[in-house]
Design a protein around this ligand. Structure first.
Ligand SMILES: *Cc1c(COP(=O)(O)O)cnc(C)c1O
Length: 385
């Protein structure tokens, strides 16, 4: 087995697919120290710049002092601390849904929820560009797994029409993590009503950023229905770690009993929940941060004039620059890195073959000068590469 592992690694190396971890020696921020070098970073999902916020650092220190550092047992034994409970209530209220349930990570939430809500005899309908953990949750659930072309409402309707499954669940990213575009959730909800299906929305990249006060994509699109189950992660715009699922009370009650990644797992430390409560307050009061973020996004979109590579249509923090081949994407990323700017090259299988890209993520922590530097460096790369 060990020899075949080495062979597989060598093959990845030859294909330009070997991933390297950069060693970070600073807090996650717009200016970081990675591999002992200072960089301007367009790499993180910390879209509001909260991961190193003094108020949240203080909140975590204080909460560790009064609740300790570990949860000690699963939620159903003695691990469900008041800080977890308070955060769940706060999150439900914030997103305007009856109830919410915390998970340690978004990955665990998707696996646990899909595994609990559907099974043999049921069907999941999934966008082809969904995040990997929605796919894993779908396989794990044992429900029939139907995939449709990206954002293709007609293709989805075709599948729903043919389905004889007992329960039907449409599961999609709200904001696609490598494309930045928003799913046609209103159209999906209409299909749910027409075909008696439910809609599971993974809002990892919309929560904190979109919506009237950062409540996320559903609020942004003014969608509300008992057919909607929402998931959002808390390690991206919220700047900390974790995830929550929100929906009807009966859904949350059922998940508490049956979602295995909830039942059989130790919750994140209560101090994280207390920190997140402070983070949700910052998000709710973060209209200025979002205003600044969207002005940077607009500036970038209107001022990057690039012929060699195409900026994909996205109105969110995720601005993908489509390059094509793995080697070309790596070369562009390396050029920028030499100029002191970190932007990750995203390659298959994270994105489809032949669509390697730079995933530029813009944060409210960036200044206009940072974005100008990035545009200049991309333009220089265009003349050299
Ligand atoms: C990051 C991400 C997840 C996983 O969340 P974690 O909390 O990082 O495990 C799930 N879905 C989408 C769309 C994501 O981008």
């Amino acid at each position: 087995m060990l020899a075949s592992l080495q062979l597989a690694l060598d093959k990845r190396q030859a294909q330009g697919l070997l991933r390297q971890r950069r060693l970070l020696d600073s807090p996650q921020a717009e200016h970081i120290v990675a591999n002992s070098q200072p960089y301007l970073s367009f790499c993180s999902n910390d879209y509001l710049g909260l991961a190193n916020h003094p108020k949240l650092i203080a909140a975590m220190q204080q909460a560790a002092g009064d609740s300790g550092v570990g949860s000690g047992a699963s939620n159903l034994i003695t691990g469900h601390h008041r800080y977890h409970d308070d955060l769940e209530k706060q999150l439900a209220k914030f997103v305007g849904l009856p109830a919410a349930l915390l998970f340690s990570t978004g990955y665990m939430a998707n696996i646990g929820v899909l595994g609990a809500l559907v099974g043999r005899g049921d069907a999941i309908f999934a966008d082809k560009l969904n995040h990997a953990c929605l796919n894993d949750g779908s396989y794990y659930s044992l429900a029939q797994f139907n995939r449709f072309a990206h954002n293709d409402v007609a293709a989805l309707e075709g599948l729903l029409k043919l389905s004889t499954a007992k329960h039907k669940l449409i599961a999609v990213d709200a904001v696609f993590s490598m494309d930045g575009d928003i799913a046609p959730l209103a159209e999906y909800l209409a299909l749910c009503e027409k075909y008696d299906a439910y809609l599971y929305v993974d809002d990892a990249h919309g929560f904190g950023v979109l919506g009237e006060h950062g409540q996320g994509s559903l609020n942004h699109l003014h969608l509300k229905s008992p057919r909607i189950i929402m998931m959002a992660t808390l390690g991206k715009a919220a700047g900390v770690a974790g995830a929550f699922v929100a929906g009807e009370q009966v859904v949350v009650d059922y998940l508490i009993q049956t979602a295995k990644s909830y039942v059989y797992s130790t919750p994140a430390p209560p101090a994280l929940s207390a920190t997140l409560s402070a983070s949700i307050n910052l998000i709710a009061q973060g209209d200025d941060l979002r205003g600044h973020l969207f002005s940077l996004i607009e500036y970038f979109k209107h001022n990057l004039h690039c012929k060699k590579w195409r900026l994909l249509p996205s109105a969110t923090s995720i601005q993908p620059l489509l390059v094509g081949s793995n080697q070309d994407a790596l070369a562009l990323s390396a050029f920028l890195q030499n100029a002191g700017i970190l932007v990750p090259a995203i390659r298959p299988p994270t994105v489809p073959q032949g669509t390697a890209r730079l995933r530029i993520s813009i944060s409210a922590a960036h200044r206009l000068d940072d974005v100008k530097k990035l545009i200049l460096a991309i333009n220089q790369a265009e003349t050299v590469l």
